[in-house]
Write a protein that binds this ligand. Structure first.
Ligand SMILES: O=S(=O)([O-])[S-]
Length: 131
């Protein structure tokens, strides 16, 4: 069975709740939250990222999230609330669905970085060039 982007986005959006910057801020304040910027490095370097977020490009997400791979990032833990965002909410939806499929129970899509920035929320800037 094949699929396409529209179907993948529908499945992702059904599995990963969309949250507003205000809701994300509330979750972050509660603690035990991991915020992940899944954009590519040049995008992050240009705009900065959500304060305290880690940057994991969409292409590396599965590898960083899985403790069985040599690329695992210790920030990823299944007991944390994970909030992803990107430029418009597409990659963060698809990435969030993958995390859910990998057994992360609490995953949310913050959507577009621009919405966070325009809400006047805290930003880390500049960004170290990484993956
Ligand atoms: O993946 S995207 O929504 O940032 S184009």
């Amino acid at each position: 069975m094949t699929t396409n982007v529209k179907q993948m986005m529908e499945a992702a959006n059904a599995a990963v709740p969309r949250i507003t910057p205000a809701q994300a801020k509330e979750m972050i304040a509660k603690g035990s939250t991991l915020v992940v910027d899944v954009r590519d490095a040049p995008e992050v370097e240009k705009s900065g990222k959500v304060a305290g977020a880690i940057h994991v490009s969409r292409g590396m997400l599965e590898f960083r999230a899985d403790p069985e791979t040599p690329y695992h990032d210790k920030n990823f833990a299944k007991d944390k609330t994970v909030i992803l965002y990107c430029a418009s909410g597409g990659r963060s939806a698809l990435g969030g669905k993958v995390l859910k499929d990998m057994g992360y129970p609490n995953v949310y899509n913050l959507g577009a970085f621009k919405d966070w920035a325009e809400s006047g929320e805290a930003i880390d800037k500049p960004i170290e060039p990484d993956m």
